[in-house]
Design a protein around this ligand. Structure first.
Ligand code: SF4
Ligand code: SF4
Length: 420
């Protein structure tokens, strides 16, 4: 009996610029059975409804309780590294926050479209992906809605170190994760300076102080598709990149979303779903706030991330991250299989106190492991205060400390809302 030929029909071929500035273009064949909608499948009326009635807020605010809590379970090494990173990064974040007010240094030339000049400059600076779309206020956080000044969004992705990323979860991998943010913060400021020389405004949305949910805008700008791991999968480096946005009033032309076949590929692949140590990723797609996606379970991810150097196993085991979209999609067309699936090379990882886990094996955690505080900073403060009450009445000093902490939170909240 003749064996069935596994070769797939190619539906379309996506041509993209090479990984680095000056590299030749690459071609990504998309198999017939992987073809879906360019971009993210959406019900736009639902997206609008949720953004109006249940607007989004930044994790820095909405999930501040567990962001504080992570410091209590960090290893000493990570704590030291994070403190240093925060110290280095703070001036970049603060400066970026004010960039929308800086006046242009050049004079605009009427009738000139600056898309390709800006894209070229971004690539020269080292950004692996640069795309253009409208800044979509439906994805802006409540606390940032009035901060965003200009209409056009320049979406920028900066690749992080390949070799270090493959060692995750590890301190080394965390240094490239946070180190890439530091470099990106500085490069975005340089690109904004350049845009001002063209005669236009440029507002830097720091990658560490996001103004909203960025992935839908990156997808709209054709820079990738949303993966089952909840991250942007861009063709050269999957989710091994850090994202930033610049908004501008410079005349530009928007890019179009692209079907790289990844939306459907994820349903065939499922490696990140199967390998997630926290079982935080879900096989079936759901409709969430008007978009069809694999929805990450935050409470199952956060405790793993906090205790295992940022975890990110879902990034490491992704074949698009590991090998790039071109070889992965070619392999799929030729064999109908997922490159690297079920191999230690792609799927293996090590957790510091638990050892090595190869394909088909996962670590176990007990229920307490997943208990984390929820809500905002004040919720965490109240929770701790409540716990201390269980041990007896607080001293006057403890009450004063509690009130002082609460006042700090109230003051910051007032500033964020623009009450002052
Ligand atoms: S970071 Fe780790 S725990 Fe969280 S979704 Fe990814 S693999 Fe799972
Ligand atoms: S590992 Fe597979 S399923 Fe997960 S994001 Fe990557 S391609 Fe998609």
């Amino acid at each position: 009996m003749l064996k069935e030929n596994p070769r797939k029909q190619v539906h379309h071929v996506v041509t993209r610029p090479g990984r680095r500035h000056g590299d030749p273009d690459v071609e990504i064949p998309v198999a017939e059975d992987l073809t879906t909608t360019p971009g993210i499948p959406q019900k736009s009326e639902d997206v609008s409804f949720y953004s109006r009635v249940y607007p989004l807020e930044s994790q820095n605010i909405e999930k501040a309780a567990d962001r504080e809590w992570v410091w209590t379970v960090y290893t000493e090494e990570i704590k030291k590294y994070r403190l240093r990173h925060d110290e280095l990064n703070e001036p970049l974040v603060n400066y970026a926050h004010e960039t929308g007010k800086i006046e242009p240094t050049g004079t605009p030339t009427q009738g000139i479209d600056h898309t390709e000049e800006i894209r070229l400059k971004a690539r020269e600076l080292g950004f692996g992906e640069a795309g253009f779309t409208k800044y979509d206020h439906k994805y802006a956080y409540v606390s940032k809605k009035s901060w965003v000044k200009y209409e056009h969004a320049i979406c920028l992705a900066l690749e992080q170190d390949y070799a270090k990323t493959q060692s995750l979860p590890s301190l080394d991998a965390e240094t490239t994760h946070f180190g890439t943010y530091e470099v990106e913060g500085a490069l975005a400021l340089d690109l904004a300076d350049y845009i001002r020389t063209l005669g236009y405004h440029a507002q830097v949305h720091s990658p560490n102080d996001n103004s909203g949910v960025y992935i839908p805008m990156f997808v709209a700008a054709g820079l990738g598709q949303l993966g089952a791991n909840g991250q942007l999968l861009s063709p050269h480096f999957g989710s091994r990149a850090r994202l930033a946005i610049i908004t501008t009033d410079a005349p530009v032309t928007y890019d179009e979303p692209i079907d790289y076949g990844l939306h459907q590929f994820c349903q065939e692949c499922q490696v990140c779903v199967n390998r997630c140590p926290g079982r935080a990723l879900v096989k079936e797609k759901v409709w969430w706030r008007g978009a069809e996606k694999n929805k990450l379970i935050y409470d199952r991810c956060r405790p793993v991330m906090a205790r295992y150097e940022g975890c990110a196993v879902c990034m490491k085991v992704c074949p698009i991250q590991r090998y790039g979209a071109t070889p992965v999609m070619k392999h799929y067309v030729e064999t109908g299989e997922i490159l690297g699936k079920n191999t230690d090379n792609l799927e293996g990882y090590e957790l510091s106190d638990k050892g090595y886990f190869g394909p088909g094996t996962l670590p176990q955690f007990n229920r307490e492991f997943f208990e984390i505080p929820h809500g905002r900073k004040e919720d965490w403060l109240f929770e701790n205060f409540k716990k201390s009450l269980e041990e007896g009445m607080p001293t006057t000093e403890e009450i004063v400390d509690f009130a002082a902490e609460l006042k700090k939170i109230v003051d910051v909240g007032a500033t964020t809302r623009g009450d002052e």
